[in-house]
Ligand binder design. Structure first.
Ligand code: PLP
Length: 395
C-alpha cells in the first residue's frame, strides 16, 4: 500500500489549523491573558428564531411514525430547492429546481466537484484566495496556475487571453480580500471561459454581504454564464450555519462538454458518495427564505457589518492601508512597517493578544497583508480594536 504522494506538495497544516494551534500554544503559556479571536471566519451570533422554530418542528416530525423521514433525496428536498430557486428569482436569475443541489456546505462541494473533471485539466486560481481550491487540486495531482490579485488591480484579476486554463475559480466577494466583481467584470470572465471551453467554479459564500450597487450576487447575472459556470453557496455566513451545516451548488443543464452534462455527472457522483443533508437541517435552512427569516438574518448581517466598520475606523485612525469590509465580513490590511504576515501575526498575538489571519496563508500575493474578521461579537471587536490601537500607536 502507498499513500497519495501529492500530500507532500501541500502545507503540513491547513492554514486555520495552524492559526488555532499557535493561539492555543500562546494561551497555554499565558493562562492569565485573554486572547481575542478575529482569525478564523466563524460566526458568533445564534441562529435566527425562525430557523430555530423550524428545526424544533422538524425534530417533532421525526418523533411521529407518520411524519418520520429516513434517507432523503441525494440532491435535497423539493421544499428547500424551491426556496433557493425563488431566492435566485429575486436576483433576476431563473433556475430550474433540478439545477440546485443541496449539500452539507460549500467546502465539501468545492472539493468534491473535482470528481467530475478530468485529471489533466489546468486549474486557474486567484492568489490570494481561500486555500481549499489549491489544496484540493494539489491533492488530486492537478496543475495549478495563478491569477495575480494585487493592490494594483484592486485584488480583482481580469482574464488574460494568453493564459490557457480549463477550470477557473472565482471567489466573490473574495475571502480574504473582500473584493467583489461587478456584473460587467464577471461577463468578461464568462466570455473568456466560453472562448477557452473552460468552466468557472464560482464561490458565492459571501454574496449576502454585498451592499454596493452593481456588484454581482450570482455569476448567472452575467449573460452566458449558465453555459460555463457552477455556483457554490452556503448558509454558513449568510445565516450562521457554520456548525449546523447546509449549502447548495447550482449546476445549470446548459453546462455541457464532450457529450457530458455537468448536472448529470454531479447527480451521479452525489448518488454514489453522498446520502443527503438531514431533513431537520433542510427544514431549518428553508426557514431562512421566509419573510421572517430574511428580516432576522439581515439584522445579524448588520451587526457584522457594523463590526467591519469599527475595524475600518481603527485602521483609518492608525493610517494603515486596508480594503474590504463593505461587501464582505473581512478587512484586508497592509501590515505596518513592511512587516511580514506571520511577523505581524506574532506581534498582535504577543502584544495585543489578538488573533488574526496572516495573508501569506492565502497565497504568495498575500505576504505582507493580514485579515481581520468582523464575525466577532460587538464587545470582542471593540476590545480588540482598542488593544490594536494601543500596540500600534506606540510603534
Ligand atoms: N467558501 C469560502 C470562500 C469560505 O470562506 C468558506 C468558509 O470560510 C467556505 C466556502 C466554506 O463554507 P461552508 O461552511 O459552507 O463549508
Amino acid at each position: 500500500m502507498k499513500f497519495n504522494e501529492n500530500f507532500k506538495d501541500i502545507a503540513e497544516n491547513y492554514l486555520f489549523a495552524e492559526v488555532a494551534d499557535r493561539a492555543a500554544k500562546y494561551t497555554a503559556a499565558h493562562p492569565d491573558k485573554k486572547v481575542l479571536k478575529l482569525g478564523i471566519g466563524d460566526v458568533t451570533l445564534p441562529l435566527a428564531p425562525a430557523v430555530i422554530s423550524a428545526l424544533h418542528s422538524a425534530v417533532d416530525e421525526m418523533a411521529v411514525k407518520e411524519s418520520f423521514k429516513g434517507y432523503g433525496p441525494y440532491e435535497g428536498y423539493g421544499f428547500l430547492r424551491e426556496g433557493i430557486k425563488d431566492y435566485y428569482k429575486h436576483m433576476g436569475v431563473e433556475l430550474a429546481a433540478d439545477e440546485i443541489f443541496v449539500s452539507d456546505g460549500a467546502k465539501s462541494d468545492l472539493g468534491n466537484i473535482l470528481d467530475i473533471f478530468a485529471k489533466n485539466n489546468t486549474v486557474l486560481v486567484p492568489d490570494p484566495v481561500y486555500p481549499v481550491y489549491v489544496d484540493t487540486n494539489v491533492m488530486a495531482g492537478r496543475k495549478v496556475i495563478f491569477a495575480n490579485a494585487t493592490k494594483e488591480n484592486g485584488f480583482l484579476p481580469m482574464p488574460d487571453y494568453k493564459v490557457e486554463a480549463d477550470v477557473i475559480y472565482i471567489c466573490s466577494p473574495n475571502n480574504p480580500t473582500g473584493a467583489a466583481y461587478s456584473v460587467e467584470q464577471l461577463a468578461e470572465w464568462v466570455k473568456y471561459a466560453r472562448e477557452k471551453g473552460a468552466v468557472i467554479l464560482y464561490d458565492a459564500a459571501y454574496e449576502s454581504f454585498i451592499s454596493e450597487e452593481g456588484l454581482a450576487r450570482s455569476i448567472y447575472q452575467a449573460e452566458g454564464a449558465k453555459e460555463c459556470a457552477i455556483e457554490f453557496c452556503s448558509f454558513s455566513k449568510t445565516a450562521g450555519f457554520t456548525g449546523t451545516r447546509c449549502g447548495y451548488t447550482v449546476i445549470p443543464h446548459a453546462l455541457e462538454s464532450n457529450g457530458f452534462s455537468a448536472n448529470k455527472l454531479w447527480f451521479r457522483r452525489q448518488a454514489t458518495k453522498f446520502n443527503g443533508v438531514p431533513y431537520i437541517i433542510q427544514r431549518g435552512a428553508a426557514a431562512v427564505f421566509t419573510a421572517e427569516g430574511q428580516a432576522q438574518i439581515k439584522e445579524n448581517l448588520a451587526v457584522y457589518k457594523r463590526n467591519a466598520a469599527v475595524i475600518a475606523e481603527c485602521m483609518d485612525g492608525l493610517g494603515i492601508w486596508y480594503t474590504g469590509g463593505k461587501n464582505s465580513p473581512y478587512i484586508w490590511l497592509k501590515c505596518p512597517d513592511d512587516m511580514g504576515s506571520w511577523q505581524f501575526f506574532d506581534l498582535l498575538l504577543n502584544e495585543a493578544q489578538v488573533v488574526g489571519t496572516p495573508g501569506a496563508g492565502f497565497g504568495k500575493n498575500g505576504e505582507g497583508f493580514f485579515r481581520l474578521t468582523a464575525f466577532g461579537s460587538k464587545d470582542t471587536t471593540a476590545e480588540a480594536v482598542e488593544r490594536i490601537k494601543r500596540v500600534l500607536k506606540n510603534r
